[in-house]
Write a protein that binds this ligand. Sequence first.
Ligand code: PEP
Length: 249
Amino acid sequence: MRRRMAAGNWKMNGLRADLAEIAAIAALRPDCEMVLCPPATLIAPAAAALGAGGAALALGGQDCAARASGAHTGDISAEMLADAGASHVILGHSERRADHGEGDKLVAAKVAAAWEAGLVAIVCIGETEAERAAGRTLSVLAGQLARSIPDHARAGHLGVAYEPVWAIGSGRTPSPQEVQDVHAALRQGIETRFGADVAAAVRLLYGGSVKPENAAGLMSLPDVDGALVGGASLRAESFAAIVAAIDAA
Ligand code: PEP
C-alpha cells in the first residue's frame, strides 16, 4: 500500500557537468518512487534536461525558506523550488540543524511553507551519538517528530527520514533490528497524532550510510519504506544498486 521511495541527497556536490549522472539515474525504471535532491543550482537545468522523459525521477530541494518571499538574502522559497521543477524538499536535515542552528520550530515552519507551495516534505530526524549512548534515542526522536511536523499532515505530502546523526557519512549504521524498532515507534507516534490512515500510508525512510552492501538488510524491514541516500547517490551505479534493493524488498 505504501509505494517505496529512493531519495538521493547530493548535499553541496554537483556542477552542470554532473547532469549526465542525473540523466543516468533518470534512465532507471524502478517500481519505487525515485527522488533526487541536487544542489538548488541544478534543479532547473536538470528538469530541463530530463524533460518529459524524466518522469521516472522527481527532483527535490535540500532546504527551503520558512517565508514565502521578501527581504531574506540568500534564501530560496518553496515556491521557487517548485518553479524550478522540484516536487519534493528535504527539511530538517541534521547538517542544516548543526551548521545553521535550525531547530524543530523553524523546521515545522519550513514544512508548512513547503506544503503551501505543493511540495512533498521529507522531514529528517535523528539522534546524536551521545543521545544514543544515554539511551535517549526514542525520546529524542519522539520530540523531534512532534515538534517538526505541523498539525495538518497528510501522508501524501509527508515523508519522514530517520537519520541517526552518527550514521551519516560514517559508514556505520544501527542494526536492522534497531532500525525496525525505531521505525515502528515512529509509526506509532504518527498514528497517535494523525490517525491510523496517515500512519499506514506515510513513508518512513532510513538514512545514514546506506550502501549497495547493506541496502538489502535495511530495506527489507517491515516499517522501512525506502532510503534517503547521501554519498552513494552521487553515482548512478551505486544509487541503482540501492534502488534495486528497495524494489526487491
Ligand atoms: C544524508 O546525509 O542524508 C545521508 C544519508 O548521507 P550518507 O548516505 O552519506 O550517510
